[in-house]
Design a protein around this ligand. Structure first.
Ligand SMILES: *Cc1c(COP(=O)(O)O)cnc(C)c1O
Length: 559
């Protein structure tokens, strides 16, 4: 990029969007999961809509890891070192923050997310890996969600304090600061210093989106650690706004933001109960339509619904597309996925066979093994109407429970081998996600309620006419119309039901709906099935996209 172009992108009044992880594409592996891909989608939509946004994150140079699975399904992690120089531009500016009594120098790499509309969003990746810093300080920007508490605290200090200072150093005039999750809430502390401790002023400037529906998920730091790591920080201020006992990053953000929201209506309800006394809004998440629509569907939408990529509402007119073409586009994308899966995972999946997909971070609450609760039942179902499944997902390197889940799936796959084909694709990332959500027949989601704050992969699937079959949690409560946009697994959240009865109903729905509704419709009533696929596009994708989401942020939060 030319210097004058750079200056153009870096100028003017902006909304600053802070996120610990951002998923722009698989060549910039600075994301771990849904939080990062959401941030990436928000940025892409902002570029399309020409919103004046600037994004701030960490460079996470050595992560996120590459996943390999051995013959027993045991995950090993290989470093995923990437070279920012190829894709990003190092800016000359340098800011300082104080860590453990040392001055740590922070630089920023620039990536410009450009849209065909002419819009452009600068993304700043903060980096401490310079020879003016000592080794420990250089490593602060290496590992996303790596290291211990102290390491995490330092990262959050670089993001929050370093980010605000870098924006100032670059000459941006920031109208609002948007914290995508509590990792960046030190930015509000920095703003308190800038604005003479005027909390009302800071609150006017800050927007906070929470993504964590359980107390235990929120970052907390004890004050001894803080004093030791960030000796120049104003402890009284932290205690006043972030908690007397320990610093709770979510509380800090809640207390210093005028606009607070959850990523789905259900998550708003849960958060309002968890954090009484705050007005919490809902802006339901969405995904970037063009990014998550496969090549064949893009062609189809271009032909019948021109303009859809910048106005995804047009997808509501999906009935303009002939059934045959919907099916053909699907079969082509399915073939691509199945070829890829067979080549990489040593399986023999068949493109004519009904295919279930499940891919998520391998973490306990996502319950990736729920499908395998009763192996005999799966064999019986498969006798009448054949099906196959594709799984993927990484476990966090320190999450033994998550790694065990992958091993269990491997084990079940072996046990079912003679009857059923089940593949596990290694190294789930945005590219594999795009292939999977674009090529399966049904996208399965079985989280433990109410842990799925929103979830977004089902919205990606809907953009490709893929049906959702999911526990009623997060966004799916809003997208679901039984037998029209997909199917529910388990009770509605309004029903009062104890845990064991809930589990029983979930298992019943999972197997019964698969056996008696989903598979027979797929094989015996193809015309009905294609109508369902159209519903997924016309009643889900038209709404659950990040263009709608960002427009809501503009009208409800940014203005
Ligand atoms: C979309 C996406 C996610 C989030 O999926 P959920 O269903 O919300 O868990 C995670 N990882 C990748 C690579 C994705 O593309």
């Amino acid at each position: 990029m030319q210097t004058n172009e750079l200056q153009g992108v870096l100028k003017g009044q902006k909304i600053a969007y802070f996120s610990m992880e951002i998923g722009l594409n698989s060549q910039i592996p600075t994301y771990a999961g849904g939080l990062g891909t959401l941030a990436g989608d928000a940025i892409r939509s902002s570029a399309d809509l020409k919103l004046p946004l600037v994004a701030v994150t960490l460079i996470s140079k050595y992560n996120y890891f590459k996943q390999k699975l051995d013959s027993t399904g045991r995950q090993t992690e290989q470093p995923n070192v990437w070279n920012p120089e190829k894709l990003l531009t190092l800016l000359p500016n340098e800011v300082n923050i104080q860590i453990e009594g040392r001055t740590v120098k922070v630089h920023a790499w620039l990536y410009v997310c450009q849209s065909i509309t002419g819009g452009a969003v600068p993304v700043l990746f903060l980096d401490t890996d310079f020879d003016t810093n000592n080794q420990a300080d250089r490593e602060i920007s290496f590992y996303l969600y790596g290291g211990d508490e102290r390491y995490r605290l330092k990262q959050e200090a670089v993001l929050g304090f370093g980010g605000v200072r870098m924006l100032d150093s670059l000459g941006f005039q920031i109208r609002k600061y948007h914290m995508n999750e509590g990792h960046s809430s030190f930015l509000a502390v920095e703003l308190m210093h800038k604005h003479n401790q005027d909390a009302e002023k800071v609150k006017e400037l800050c927007i906070f989106t929470t993504h964590t529906p359980v107390e235990a998920g929120h970052d907390r730091f004890n004050y001894e650690l803080i004093q030791d790591t960030l000796p120049t920080i104003d402890l009284a201020l932290l205690k006043k706004y972030g908690g007397q006992e320990r610093l709770n990053m979510t509380r800090l953000a809640l207390n210093l933001s005028n606009y607070i929201n959850g990523g789905a209506k259900r998550h708003q309800e849960i958060s309002s109960k968890m954090f009484t006394g705050y007005e919490i809004h809902a802006i339901t998440n969405g995904v970037h339509s063009y990014t998550w629509t496969g090549e064949q569907y893009r062609k189809l939408y271009d032909k019948y619904l021109p303009g859809w990529a910048i106005e995804p509402e047009l997808l509501a007119k999906v009935d303009l597309i002939p059934d045959g073409e919907i099916w053909q586009a699907h079969q082509q994308q399915k073939q691509t996925l199945i070829d890829f899966t067979n080549q990489t995972s040593n399986t023999h999946l068949d493109p004519e066979v009904f295919t279930l997909g499940f891919a998520r971070r391998a973490t306990e609450y996502k319950r990736a093994t729920l499908l395998f609760t009763n192996l005999d039942r799966l064999r019986t179902i498969n006798k009448t109407n054949k099906f196959q499944a594709i799984f993927a997902g990484k476990a966090h390197p320190r999450d033994e429970g998550g790694k065990h889940i992958i091993e269990q799936i491997y084990n079940y796959t072996q046990q079912l081998k003679i009857d059923l084909n089940i593949a596990y694709i290694e190294n789930y990332d945005m590219d594999i996600a795009a292939k999977m959500i674009g090529g399966v027949d049904v996208w399965l989601n079985t989280p433990l309620r109410p842990m799925e704050a929103s979830g977004t992969s089902g919205m990606k699937a809907a953009h490709n006419g893929v049906m959702n079959f999911s526990v009623l949690d997060g966004w799916w409560i809003e997208g679901w119309i039984e037998n029209l946009t997909g199917w529910a697994i388990g009770p509605h959240p309004k029903e009062t039901i104890d845990d064991s009865a809930c589990f029983t109903k979930e298992i019943e729905d999972l197997y019964n709906k698969l056996e008696y509704i989903i598979l027979p419709t797929f094989y015996n009533h193809r015309d009905e099935w294609i109508q369902l696929m159209k519903n997924s596009i016309g009643k889900i994708a038209y709404y659950f996209n990040s263009h709608r989401m960002m427009r809501r942020y503009v009208t409800d939060a940014y203005l």
